[in-house]
Ligand binder design. Sequence first.
Ligand code: ATP
Length: 277
Amino acid sequence: MSTPDAAAPAAAPAAAAPGTPAADDVPALVFDDVGVVLGGRLVWSEGTFTVPQGSVTAVIGSNGSGKTTMLKVILGLVPVCSGTVTVLGHAPGAGNADIGYVPQDYTALSADAIRARDAVLLGLVGHRWALSRVTAAEKAQVERALASVGATELADRRLSQLSGGQRQRVAIAQAIVSEPRLVILDEPLASLDLRNQREIVELLGRINDEYGVTILVVAHDLNPLLAELDGAIYLLDGHAHHAPLSGVVDEDLLSHLYGTRIQVVRTPQGEMFMRSV
Ligand SMILES: Nc1ncnc2c1ncn2[C@@H]1O[C@H](COP(=O)(O)OP(=O)(O)OP(=O)(O)O)[C@@H](O)[C@H]1O
């Protein structure tokens, strides 16, 4: 886990027995008839789906449909009002050491004056920050995480001195430094230009390919992610669903989801993209 917020004590939804080891063959997520109420209002319900380990999955839906709430349920930060949730074989919150989290407002949450290397270190030893010396092995792990996101040269710079794309790399390094099995990112492409969007998506694809890490990413625009996606959790008409990519890239579904006519374009070169028409 990479943020103090995400490391908060889990709520206690009905779920799988805590302490069950996260075996490689358990699904990343199992939702069974899950619903969530916030402030007395049902956000979404009837969530019944399975997300396999090693997959890249988008979380999509219109503004306010409950995407961030979905992530908070998975992290054990929001209790469910019905159904059961299992995350890597555990109750939500119980297996958070296996989850890396990049919040939507990473920059706002992190102290701007902190150096990139120390921000990544927080993802590894945040729970005992300043309590004990950092070991050589932990320092090496931090350098590896920085290198794997192409941020070695940024290590000594303060977050306030980095561009949005550079900060997003540091945020991802912080999320993966503890070698999690599931990485959750809340709108990591928001406010990035097209080149940085492409680079971050390629980086997520590489983390998924090389380490088999399951990736869950909230996105408003599926286009930059299409090459890497296996499927999507979509929030539609107050219900949570999951479908493989072939099921999600459907003009009627996407038009209904976004409340505007969406056309799926396939080029003779085999490329695919969506546009509002
Ligand atoms: N703590 C809370 N108490 C009451 N209602 C809340 C709380 N947090 C969120 N909500 C409401 O729950 C709904 C879902 O919010 P959420 O942030 O999950 O949506 P979202 O799909 O991530 O939105 P966006 O795309 O705009 O970021 C919204 O109507 C929001 O106002």
